[in-house]
Each structure stands twice: as structure tokens, then as C-alpha cells.
Design a binder for this molecule. Sequence first.
Ligand code: ZN
Length: 470
Amino acid sequence: MRITHLWLPGFILLPALANAQSALMALQPDRIFSGEKLYESGEWLLIKEGYVVDIIRTETELPPGAEKQQLKGKTMIPALIDAHAHLGYQSVNSWGAKNYNEANLLDNLSQYAYYGFSTVFSAGSDPVALINELRATIDLKSLPVATPLAAYGVAPTGFGPNNTFLDEIRTVEAEQETNILFGLDQTSDIQTLIKAVEPKRDAIIKIWVDDRAGTQPKLAEPLYTELVNQANQRGIKVVAHQQDSVDTARLVKAGVAGFLHGRFEDEIGEELSRSLAESNTFVIPNLGLSLLRNMTISEDPLLIETLPSATLSRLGSRVLAKTDKTMPASNSNDLIRWQLDQLISTLDASIKRSFGSATARGVPIILGTDAGALPDHFFGYTGHKELEIFVALGMTPEQAIGAATYAAASQLGLNDRGLLEKGRRADFLLLNANPLNDIRATQDIHAVFLLGNELDRKAIVGRLTQDRRD
Ligand SMILES: [Zn+2]
């Protein structure tokens, strides 16, 4: 598949930007949480041509001619970043290689934007050139969707992702006549790989170090050590899918940029936490991946918004018997909250301990969901649930939002976003409630702005919820 400009007229179906602005715009919400700092004394966010000019303390300091807008009752936070997902395979209807095409990629990215995400890192399951081309087109046309990043997938030849996903990725490789997964079996493969990857702008390599319960060979330590070493010399980031905390320790030593799965269940001890913090190596807890499997997500108003009715009936609603006196009787929002709280309370004590000590020791924990890696683990929606999990496990809401914005941007090398400060992209959410009091307020979105333009969220929903055939 080549991205051609032929598909651009199709964008009439996608939302147009509500107001393309070039003038100075000043917004005054009740509070601004920049991703790092809290402003709640009536400050104004000043925007020009899609970028933050400054945060201004008083109205009298605003430059003349600024178009002012007061946003009573609203809290502003930076747009979110999902640092671990797999684009293209999940559609609003179904999952698999058959969905991997440009229209579905754009659906996925507009779904992310709807839920307030500016950026998504798709980890090792895409033709990288295709995603790069798509990203360039999006930048060029200022299309109202999240920015996609992709990685080259590396594992022993013929392996890497779990066996089900592996088959789907191979199907896409065959259909697109391109490589997604690159084999690493001997030292000489490293040169070839680096040569292929090096000229690409901001290349990222993802390695799989996992024997999938004995069904696959594990990428050998000398091979990944040498690969990471050579990649780092050239400024190429290597991120890892690892099996357990023993691998985590070895990979930190090798110099990977971060981990796509926390493996907290395997006890990230004091020493490992310290070395992760000292080396500024990120960890994505990814706890929602297993927890959300056990929830009646099809009853969650937050998810229902973006799915066609056919998908909701396929997912089915599970009528739960009232077996616990703390279980709410009717309200869907309350029921979903209750379910997630129950599941979090059943998490192994070692996970809670590891998560707590990693947070306390300053391990760079960032948001990632693995959305799209398996059926019905939906884009955007899952990120908000992960934030709830972070806070339930002891992060402050400030830390959780930081993990999903500023920290994620800096770990991915995106210095133009993730923080509301002078010179960065004006990508932000306006929330109807204060997430610093209750993190669930990130789910109560009044508006999403990307590059200073308000998204037409209704139009996105209109498109996503159309009943259609794959
Ligand atoms: Zn993944």
C-alpha cells in the first residue's frame, strides 16, 4: 500500500478543524496543569499558530488584540500520549490483518484524538515507512488526528510477538510486500539492520526478549547487547518487550531506552528500581491489559460513545449477579468503577509493592496500553483506565498525568509536546472537572485541541459509530 493523495478527498468524512486560527488566542480556564506545574490563579494560556506563546498571569499583561475566552469550570491539561500500542489491526468492528489499511489507521488515529491523545507509539507491528509517510501527510495537512510513531520489530527470525499476533503481522508483511519484523540470529545481522534503520528520521527499534512459555527462542543476550550498543552510538532508541525482571536487569545494563511491560508481578526490587531511575530508563506498567479483560467494558459509557451498535452487541453485556454488598445496583459508571476497583484490589501484593517503590524511587513510569495488540483492547479508552490504575496503586493524579504527557513525550524524544509551556505545541484537553481531585475527570472531556485547533469530536464519533462492514 502506498499513501497517495487520492485518499485525501475521503477526509470530507473526517472532521474538519473547528477553527483554524492564526491570530493570538488567550484561554482562561479555572486551572491549568501544565504536565509539571499547576496554575490556578486565573492564568491565561496564550496561543499563536498552534503553539504556546506563554502562560500569562493577569489579563492586563495580555498582548493587545488577543482573542480572549474564559472557560468557567474547566481544567486544562496537555493532550495525552500512549507510548505502547499497535495500530491498524483493530477496527471499530473487528481485529486482524484484514483491517490493516490506511483508512483504518486513520480511524484509529482519530479515535485517539477523540479521547484526547496527541500521539501514539505503535510498537513493532507496522511497515515503518508507511507510518512515516502517513505522519508526514498528517503534519502537512494538519489533519485532526493523533501523530503516529512506529518501530522496527526485531527478534530471532520468524519470532517475536505472541503466536496469534505473529500470524497477523506476517499476513500484513505479505500483503504489503514489505518487512515489519527483522530477524536477528547472528552478529552480522546487526550491521545489516543498523544500515537499514540508520538513515530514517528518529528511528526506534523494538526488540522481543521472551520465549513465550517455551514456544519461541529468546533473543540472546550477546546479540541484544551488541545491537543496543551500536544503535545507541547512532542515536537510535531501542525499546524492549521483556519476559521478566531478570531480563529487565540485563537489558538496563545493555542500555535500552525503556520497557513496554512493567513486569511488576515479578518484583522490581530496590536495586533494579535504583538502576532504572539512575539510567532514566522508562517502564510502562501496562496493567490494564489483563484487568480490562475481566470487565464488562461494553457497558462503560466512555467506550460506548465510540463503538457501532453491532460491535457493542458482539461484545455483549454481562448481567452481573449482585454478589457483593458494595456492588452498585444500576448506574453504569458506578458499576464500571466498582469492577475496576475490585480487580485492582485483587492484584498481587508484589505488584503493588513494586509499583510503589518504583514510583517513590523516581523510575520514569510512562503511560502505555498495548491497545490493538489483541482483540477489543480499544484505542484511547484503555489509556484513561490505565490512569485510574496508576492512581489506585499510589501515584498522585499529578504524577499520573505527568506520566501520560510530559514524561512520555520526553522518553520518546518529542520535545515539541507533552507540556504546556512556551514554544511547545498547543495540544490540550479541557475537562469538566478537576482531575487533580479525581483522576477519572480525564474521562469527562469538554474539548480537545491539537495544534491550537479544536477537534470536532462529534464528527469523529459520527464516523466511528457508523454501522459498516469490514
Ligand atoms: Zn505490545
